[in-house]
Every structure is written in C-alpha cells, then in structure tokens.
Design a protein around this ligand. Sequence first.
Ligand code: IDP
Ligand code: MG
Length: 151
Amino acid sequence: MSNERTFIAIKPDGVQRGLIGPIISRFEAKGFQLVAMKLVQPGKAHLEKHYADLATKPFFAGLVQYMCSGPICAMVWEGKEVVKTGRVLLGATNPLASAPGTIRGDFAIDVGRNVCHGSDSVESAKKEIALWFKPEELMSYTPAARSWIYE
Ligand code: IDP
Ligand code: MG
C-alpha cells in the first residue's frame, strides 16, 4: 500500500540549526510525498501526551523541556512502508550509533539533541497524526512523478 502515512517532526534543535531543508530534502528525494506541514510550539501538556509512553523514564522531564524549547516543524509523509523506512532515514535514536548517511548520523551527536522524530509503528503514526493535525490539514493529491516512483 503506497498510502501509508507517518508523523515526522523536526525538533527545536533541528529548526534552530537550519536543518528543515536538508531533512525535508531526504524524504522528497526518496520519493515520499508531503501531505501536511506546519511550524508549531504546542506546549508542555501536548508534548507530555506525545511522549506518554516514556513518562516513567528518568529523561522524561528533560525531553519535554527540550521539545518545548522552540518551534517544531511537524509533518506528515506518505508512501509505501513510510513508517519503517522513515525511521531508517532518521537513523538510530542515539546519533553516535546512527549510520553515516542517516539524518541523525550526519547531523547530530547527543541522544537528547537528535534533531528529529518519526513514528515507530503504523498504529502510533495514526495516533500521532491525530494529535498533531486536524483532518483538514492533511492534503490528498496525486504527485506528478507517482508512476516514475512506483511500478
Ligand atoms: P525515537 O525518537 O528514536 O523513537 P524513543 O526511545 O522513542 O526514540 O525516545 C524518544 C526521544 O527521547 C528520543 O528521540 C530522544 O530525543 C529522547 N531520548 C531517548 N533516550 C534518551 C536518553 O537516554 N537520554 C536523553 N534523551 C533520550
Ligand atoms: Mg519513539
């Protein structure tokens, strides 16, 4: 199915470091389709909800503070297996363990400043997209290059 969707976010450090363009470029170049994008600073309650699964972790408070420290570029990307492959493009959670050629491998060092987020399953993608976007913010369109990307 080529209409799978994932939630990808450029975290405050990525925005401040001018990495919006380079990160978007990698998803575009791969052939994935941008269906929604906005710059937002949604606040503590929203980010606690986004990272609810990590609430018991010792780094949770610092993580929420980091995510609240500036604007986030929130996006939805669509394509065949985009959830799994999106995380391959991002690289491992700890940038020092991320392969060169991945976003975190190329642009980050510390796990607490790893510049981007990507949904870890189709189910969490659905939840995250619903948390960050209203249905009318998601665009449905056929990209001109579609038949040059999919056989
Ligand atoms: P993911 O972003 O690769 O899915 P998760 O385990 O879901 O990784 O953790 C969410 C985010 O929490 C990470 O991207 C990172 O910013 C932060 N994080 C994870 N582990 C640590 C840690 O040990 N120290 C500080 N921050 C962490
Ligand atoms: Mg995660």
